[in-house]
Design a binder for this molecule. Structure first.
Ligand code: ADP
Length: 497
């Protein structure tokens, strides 16, 4: 059998799958990754990424898969990191992760020097301290010894593993778009800003398309991992891009929502939306397409909060979520009146307000626990509808794909379909979608698919998902409550604190 080996180096886990030409997923293996937290600092040891890739590969060989069956190796990985390496490819310190905000003042310095509008025009995004560029400046100011040993700053966790496998420093345009220094239009590093900080483009990895061969497995890497020496290794794609591909979203008009602990709604677009609405823009794998991403700080975490408040404390988490489904299943939205604003943790999009808080309105003496719980999930569904309308500029949508842990709730999937007036598709193998998306690059490299859109049509469409359609009976009631929802944030803002 011929396989594409696809790895997804996430924040909490690394996952590996072997994908056959028919889209079959084999040898699915997961390994945990440790994170070091200290105040605002969030770090990981790049050697652990390399080690877990080795462990996953060794697991495959033990299961009886053969190194010569692997036609190509490809990756997805967490992005927006600062991974300093020396000339030999060894880390000069631990990787500073995307969620680390130590470089906020360096970001301010860059913003002052080049101006918010200029940065937005070039990179398509607002610049903040989480991005790679300000972290490089932070490192130079705060750890000069480490800085002087560093030859290259990699961006995505997978870039480091590719370096170990091939000896090449590369990254893909999706990951590079999170660095704060790539021109989003021509997908090249923007030298003048680097030069202005006495840096040159040689301190950044080469930019390659996801399906391009970054290099071939070196002798030492073959001995370490068991992969065959000379196996082609692709540049791969940062996790937001890979997830988008894995969700089958490649063309303008398609979209998906990720219901993780936090979440996002994403869609391909050809242009950057106006400044200040919290939407991020990344380069998508198809060359002329961008991904617009509306981040939601309140998503599965709100579902989890509902579990802690309305659930049965005697039940394990999995059984607890099942119990919530049961208490909501007979809820009739046409009889309800409760509206919930889900901003338990502040929000980033469509408002940017870290002090925003959640609210219930419309409580009656007859309001039940099931109704309150459903109102919580409806509130997140309304947040999704609101960012969808923002992203689509009020154009109608036909269907949305839902992925992430939250899509395990059938009740929630139906609510989202009713609130957003569109079909909802929940794909199979949701857990492995980023790795499957990374495998799309392998399909193109091997000629198994002609384009990312073909991969989506020919390979992903074979994987049947669950489909939910809007219930016409509920649409009017939800539309009315959505109008209340839209007014709620401004109405209660004065009470937040
Ligand atoms: P992340 O990887 O971002 O932490 P996940 O994709 O694992 O997030 O999603 C976590 C969310 O999945 C939870 O907050 C909850 O909404 C949902 N979830 C987890 N387990 C279940 C379950 N058994 N049934 C329904 N929903 C669940």
């Amino acid at each position: 059998m011929q396989y594409i080996a696809a790895f997804d180096i996430g924040t909490t886990n690394a996952k590996g799958i072997l994908v056959s030409r028919d889209g079959g997923i084999h040898g699915a293996t997961t390994r945990p990754i440790h994170t070091f937290y200290e105040e605002n600092n969030v770090e990981q040891d790049p050697e652990v990424w390399w080690q877990v890739v080795r462990e996953i590969a060794q697991d495959w060989w033990k299961q009886g898969f053969l190194p010569e069956e692997v036609q190509v190796i490809t990756f997805s990985g967490q992005m927006e990191n600062c991974i300093p390496i020396d000339g030999e490819g060894q880390p000069t310190r631990r990787a500073i992760l995307y969620s680390d905000s130590r470089a906020d003042s360096e970001a301010k310095l860059i913003l002052e020097r080049f101006g918010e509008e200029e940065i937005r025009q070039k990179t398509g995004n607002h610049l903040d301290g989480q991005m790679t560029f300000p972290k490089i400046i932070w490192l130079r100011e705060n750890e000069p010894d480490c800085f002087s040993k560093t030859k290259c700053f990699l961006i995505s966790a997978k870039d480091y593993v590719i370096r170990q496998l091939t000896g090449r420093n590369v990254t893909d345009p999706t990951s590079a778009a999170t660095a704060g220094i790539m021109n989003l239009q021509n997908r090249e590093w923007f030298d003048p800003w680097l030069n202005s900080f006495e840096l040159t483009v040689s301190c950044l990895p080469n930019l390659s398309a996801p399906e391009e061969i970054a290099g071939y497995v070196l002798e030492a890497a073959a001995l370490f991992t068991g992969f065959k020496r000379g196996t082609p290794v692709l540049c791969g794609i940062g996790d937001a891009g890979a997830t988008t591909l894995g969700a089958g979203v490649t063309r303008i008009g398609e979209m998906y929502a990720y219901l993780g602990t936090t979440g996002w709604v994403a869609l391909p677009t050809s242009e950057v939306s106006p400044l200040g609405n919290g939407v991020f823009h990344l380069a998508h794998a198809p060359k002329d397409v961008l991904i617009a991403i509306a981040p939601l700080l309140n998503c599965g975490n709100v579902h989890h909060w509902a579990l802690s408040v309305f659930g049965d404390p005697n039940l394990e988490v999995k059984e607890g979520f099942k119990y919530l489904e049961e208490i909501m299943i007979n809820n009739d939205p046409t009889l309800g009146s409760v509206v919930f604003l889900p901003y338990l943790n502040g929000e980033r999009c469509p408002i940017q307000d870290s002090k925003a808080r959640g609210s219930f309105i419309g409580l009656k003496a007859t309001t039940t626990r099931g109704e309150l719980c459903a109102a919580v999930l409806e509130g997140v569904a309304m947040a999704i509808r609101q960012v969808l309308e923002l992203l689509l500029d009020k154009k109608e949508i036909q269907r949305i794909t839902l992925i992430g842990g939250g899509s395990r709730s059938r009740v929630w999937n139906q609510i989202i379909s009713d609130v957003c007036h569109c079909d909802v598709i929940v794909p199979m193998d949701s857990e492995f979608l980023p790795a499957l998306g990374a495998a799309a690059a392998g399909y193109i490299c091997l000629g198994w698919a002609n384009s990312y859109a073909d991969f989506s049509e020919e390979v992903l469409s074979l994987k049947e998902g669950e489909k939910y359609s809007p219930n016409p009976k509920n649409i009017r009631a939800y539309d009315q409550r959505y109008q209340h929802y839209l007014q709620l944030y401004l109405a209660v803002k004065a009470f937040n604190g």
